[in-house]
Write a protein that binds this ligand. Structure first.
Ligand code: SF4
Ligand code: SF4
Ligand code: FES
Length: 479
């Protein structure tokens, strides 16, 4: 284990580590653009320079490609290092437009941060900036501003080394270099393409769905779990900060909607990546909601629906429940505690792969398109769904059950969050909350449990399933 000194602090590094890796592991900051912990090391941006003591002098080189060695003495912030970084920032910003006022990356841009940290001065160049394509359609999802690109190649390496679509490359040389998509359209088909938006250190790669939608400092992240498949990637759901709520009439939707989704790094589940389906959770969770309880298709007060359902549960001789693999562990436990002894229970898949969706791959995407099948099966087993013909009450929780499987004559209690034709076919229908309206946990296919947190209030008339089940068993109010 080589021992070295960084900024006067003696540390023990791992054999084979670079100075960048050893410094980060010990909480010592070295700036970087092109380096990324999950990608190869091209060493092209030169902002990570550090000084190394040598025979009474100090030589300067890049930390991201410098192996540690026994006894080396490194300086991350010496006068020589700061001078080199300042010159590097002058060079990198030579052709970079002053777009910060209109750039979606402002507030999260390392170029902006490092400019003020290491340079902070006007350009020393007297030449006009080299112009390039300002709005290049890289794919249906991503717009590229070539003038903002600093040619770090992170995006190119991501498609080669992580998603393996080989969807991006660089054309031309020097200050005419341009990132371009491969002509075979592979970048447009890459189900992980939007990760390049996150890893681009500047505002060159822009999400079309988020383009000019909000300044990032108006938004706040809430930790959540993608329900798109049984990987259960941890994500941040970005939504309007309460202090920056839009006050114009009719803004409830804008104030209470997901503006963007980014990965919440989690080595045990998804590393720093998510797939594009996870980016599109606003559409998946934002489908038209059911907000009114019903008795045989007629709108009813929630308390009246609870009373009717409670009577059905009390009088049933052979009740069967089909529980949701989109339910949280807390909701499933509430069902088991309140009604588990009363109902024969099966777990169903609420969602199946959509046409055109990548069903499964070797990186993250799983064939089971439900987030908590493992959590539900842990409580209710994995018996194949078979509703007995003499069942006289079927409680259907969530989407995905073919109502044709329910024996004719059986009463139906149905819980669903979204509008669907089946809702009106139930004897009692309850609109229920979704994961953005309550706290909870899902357990993924590998047994890893991750938490999600509430970010929006639920509508009046919508019930929380965990409170509903005790009420159906005869205890509590249920809302
Ligand atoms: S588009 Fe962004 S990630 Fe890609 S090379 Fe340019 S600066 Fe780097
Ligand atoms: S891999 Fe699955 S859980 Fe992860 S973002 Fe994609 S759909 Fe969501
Ligand atoms: S981070 Fe080291 S050269 Fe770019």
């Amino acid at each position: 284990m080589p021992r070295l000194t960084i900024d006067g602090r003696e540390i023990e590094a791992k054999a084979g580590q670079t100075v960048m890796e050893a410094a980060r592991e010990h909480g010592i900051f070295i700036p970087y653009f092109c380096w990324h912990p999950q990608l190869s090391v091209p060493g092209n941006c030169r902002i990570c320079v550090v000084g190394v003591d040598d025979k009474g002098g100090e030589w300067v080189d890049i930390a991201c490609n410098m192996p540690v060695s026994e006894g080396m003495v490194v300086h991350t912030n010496s006068e020589k290092v700061r001078a080199r970084r300042k010159a590097t920032m002058q060079f990198i910003t030579l052709n970079h437009p002053v777009d910060c006022g209109i750039c979606d990356k402002a507030g999260e841009c390392t170029l902006q941060d490092y400019h003020y940290e290491y340079n902070g001065e006007r350009s020393v160049s007297v030449d006009a900036k080299v112009h390039a394509t300002k709005h290049h359609d890289l794919s249906e999802r991503i717009v590229l501003d070539n003038e903002r690109c600093i040619q770090c190649t992170r995006c190119v390496r991501f498609t080669r080394e992580v998603s393996k679509s080989n969807g991006l490359g660089m054309i031309s040389r020097a200050d005419h270099s341009l990132v371009r998509a491969a002509e075979d359209g592979s970048f447009g088909r890459d189900p992980y393409s939007d990760n390049v938006i996150d890893i681009c250190p500047v505002g060159a790669l822009l999400s079309r769905s988020f383009l000019h939608k909000a300044r990032v400092w108006y938004l706040k992240p809430t930790a959540s779990v993608c329900p798109g498949c049984s990987r259960g990637c941890t994500v941040n759901l970005w939504h309007r900060r309460p202090e920056w709520r839009l006050k114009a009439p009719g803004m409830r939707t804008a104030n209470e909607s997901i503006d963007r989704v980014t990965p919440l790094e989690n080595p045990a589940v998804n590393g720093p990546w998510i797939c594009n389906k996870g980016r599109d959770l606003a559409a998946l969770l934002g489908r038209a909601r059911a907000e009114v309880a019903m008795l045989k298709g007629r709108p009813a007060e929630l308390q009246g629906a609870i009373a009717r359902a409670r009577a059905l549960v009390a009088s049933a001789r052979r009740p069967v429940a089909v529980v949701s693999s989109w339910a949280s562990n807390e909701e499933l436990a509430a069902f088991k505690a309140s009604l588990g002894a009363r109902f024969a229970t099966f777990v169903k898949a609420d969602c199946q792969p959509e046409p055109g969706e990548v069903v499964e791959d070797a990186l993250l995407i799983r064939a089971d398109k439900n987030p908590n099948t493992a959590g539900a099966r842990a409580l209710f087993g994995d018996a194949p769904l078979a509703i007995p013909p003499d069942a006289d009450l079927v409680l259907v929780w969530g989407e995905g059950l073919d109502f044709g499987l329910i024996p004719p004559g059986a009463a139906i209690i149905h819980l669903n969050a979204w509008l669907a034709p089946e809702n009106g076919h139930a004897d009692v229908f309850f609109p229920v909350s979704i994961q953005t309206e309550r706290d909870g946990h899902y357990t993924n296919f590998a047994g890893v449990t991750s938490a999600f947190a509430k970010c929006f209030p639920k509508a009046a008339g919508v019930a929380d399933a965990a409170a509903l089940f005790p009420a159906l068993a005869g205890a509590g109010g249920g809302e």
